[in-house]
Design a protein around this ligand. Structure first.
Ligand code: SAM
Length: 228
């Protein structure tokens, strides 16, 4: 069998008990190197480990598929949650093994950001630019969401659409420069967080492991004040 498991964004503290059990019982654990490194303490000494990167993922997943067809228990680990910016990798796993696989959710960096910044997901839209292909429709949607008074949690695209590029794009397309913005780097290890305006963000650099929040100009009332 092959099970895909959300492994928490960069720290074992955010792995579910079900995910931990599946990893500990697996004959084969596969995934991107940085994600496998997070769960390595849980992997059995007798298990085979298959790490991959962007360039060799298709070939490595074909090896995993072969082991699955040889009746090995295979787990493919995903950063954070599979359903937040993980679908393209999930599709590659399913293409490799030729069938739909079980997907065990994890905790996304987007959810951890929401907790740290006290953001209500009901009033916020999640975007990922961490995808191949044309970003045009997603960029247009981001503009519409902010114009409609909602906030946005955004995963940037490391190779060409980082937080400073997102700020520049929004400002060039008429967004209000006063939007408050937060960027967190390696947020499960509390490495760094930055707060400022869209204008200030245009001059800042962050690592690939960054996630960004754009707050609405006028926050919607939360109702928290009225709660006991
Ligand atoms: C392909 S996306 C996968 C997101 C993942 N599925 C999730 O639920 O968090 C990878 C990107 O997520 C963001 N990310 C993941 N973990 C993070 C963390 N611990 N701190 C900040 N950003 C993170 C970074 O932008 C990273 O480049």
């Amino acid at each position: 069998m092959i099970v895909c498991v959300g492994a928490g964004p960069g720290h074992l503290d955010y792995l579910t008990q079900k995910g931990a059990r599946l990893i500990a019982e697996a004959d084969v654990v596969a995934g991107f190197g940085a994600v496998v490194d997070v769960v390595r303490p849980l992997i059995s000494g007798s298990a085979q480990i298959i790490t991959m990167g962007y360039k060799d993922q298709v070939a490595r997943l074909a090896e995993v598929a072969q082991l699955h067809h040889a009746d090995k228990n295979c787990v493919v680990v995903f950063m954070g949650d599979i359903h937040f910016s993980g679908f393209q990798f999930l599709e590659r796993v399913e293409t490799a093994c030729g069938q739909r696989v079980e997907a065990v959710p994890g905790i996304s960096s987007a959810q951890i950001l929401a907790s740290k910044e006290r953001v209500c997901f009901d009033e916020t839209t999640f975007f990922t630019f961490h995808r191949r292909g044309d970003l045009g429709p997603f960029k247009a949607h981001l503009r519409e969401v902010l114009a409609a008074g909602r906030g946005a949690i955004i995963i940037p695209r490391p190779w060409d659409f980082m937080p400073r590029d997102i700020a520049a794009y929004l400002l060039a397309s008429g967004a209000n420069p006063a939007h408050r913005v937060a960027v967190w780097e390696n947020l499960t290890r509390a490495e760094a967080d930055w707060q400022g305006s869209l204008t200030e963000l245009e001059t800042r650099d962050f690592s690939d492991m960054s996630i960004m929040l754009v707050r609405p100009l006028t926050p919607l009332p939360t109702g928290l004040e009225g709660e006991a």
